[in-house]
Design a protein around this ligand. Sequence first.
Ligand code: M6R
Length: 604
Amino acid sequence: MCGIVGYVGHRQAQEVLLDGLHRLEYRGYDSAGIVTLGKGPTLLRASGKVAELGEKVAQHGTADTVGIGHTRWATHGEPNETNAHPHQSGDIYLVHNGIIENYKELKAEMKEQHFASETDSEVLAALVHSLYDESTPLESAVGQALKLVEGTYGIAVVSVREPEKIVVARKGSPLIIGIGNGETIIASDASALLGHTDEAIYLNDGELAVCTADTVDLQNMSAQKLSPKVEKIEASMAAIQKQGYDHFLLKEIMEQPETLQSTLKGRVSPREHKAHLGGLNMTEKQLAGVEHVLIVACGTASYAGMLAAYYIERLNDKVTVQVEIASEFRYRTFHLPKKSVALIVSQSGETADTLACLREIKKRGVRTLGVVNAVGSTIAREVDGGVYVHAGPEISVASTKAFTSQVAAMVVFGIQLAQAKSTDNKAIPKYIKELWQLPAEIKKVLSVMPPQIEEIAKRYAHYDNSFYLGRDVMYPTALEGALKLKETSYVHTEGQAAGELKHGSLALVDDRFFEVMLIRDDELLDKSLSNLAEINARGGHVIVITNSDRDIDAETVIQVPTKLTLMTPLVMNVVQQLLAYYIAVARGTDVDHPRNLAKSVTVE
Ligand code: M6R
């Protein structure tokens, strides 16, 4: 949450910073600001989106070549200009991601200090300033201040007195230092570095760096020098541009055939009926010994885990699978069986609760495997092994292509586990075949269905309430569909197991609701049709999404053309992604930047 950029080099800093903030806007879009240092400091801040800040920059352009910037997702204090970063204290300007938990205590100790904002970040700026005297270099004052702080931070700090440097530090909030030619670019997310450089240093927790145009000096919090590891950034500029689409959300839905192929490439072999994930760091013997799989995640990633659990279980009848929401599980007194392995699922690889769970699980001596999209992210770095899903940068706050790739990667894991346990698992070839066919099946849906779904979306866009319902594998798929609709269109939406409706929620069904039922042509088809009849009998307005060619009685039926049987949820999910997208467009919401949300949830 929140985005940080910094620049020190030979180019006009405001331009680089503003461009970086636009690219990081998906991380927070309540307010934004930049400060550059030259003849004097130029601090510009604006509430609202980065475009508002852009207008101020156009009026107050400078030729300064050093500066820092920030786009905010409000935690302490409302999203207005005063609370926007950078925060100033004397000569110091600071931008901050994370939360300073003891800011009230620190503030109380600085009695003489006037605070303009309600933020915890301004307190940190003041703390650095209070420790910054004539004989203290900026990095020492920052290092000393951070020793007094409890909480999480990724920070970038500049001083008018030492305008040639930017000091950065991290604990729990990502920071990356891009190494350019005579310039250094800092960002909380690699997307802001693309096009400037493909070489970067990923800061670890407890590290601080002094960045100038030509140097990066890395140290720990005790000021001991460290050797930085320079890594390659793999994403391309095209991946972070809309490329002709109106919204990133639609672009990312449409990309799924290709992104899914990247997930499966080199990992699934239909000829040999084999699946293999390279990075698990587990021997065949260790895999064969696994008796329990724990899956931990938040939001869409947790629904991906719930869906994958059905497949892992079915492929491995002697393995138990447990799926937990990270924000709850981390606080539980949990015990895991000895032969457990934990899958930590996260698109961003930075979600605070998921990361906290990972650390709790590691403390219990259980092997952790990441199912992560963002390369180099904190979760990817802290797990014992795992798999990158290779869906490419996901910019839309609503996650789509990452979900599809996460499920596919976990199914591959399930197959690999089954292979390790038995050389004669008859189910494996069918799973591999369907996984292999899945990108083409999704492509078929994406090439023929959007106009039909757009038309249906327009008819249902006026409803303020809805239910998403499904049984078996269509249940977690329904939960995901419900989340997609509510976050993009602000329609009040509940996802439910179809069989649960009559245990309470059926009481809500009336003309204020529409219902989306996901019905798969399987052994539970008749049970789902009974649930549908129960809603119809109460005057429901049901959209059925199905792969069945039975004559189904519903207000609207969307028949999904697919030859798959096992992997149908991922094909039908694409239909509900499109439905959510077109309803959001029809309702006129800010599709890529839903109100109150941000892409990467690094607060707890
Ligand atoms: O980056 P992560 O996968 O860990 O993020 C988890 C959730 O915050 C995320 O899936 C969120 O629910 C999305 N907005 C859903 O579209």
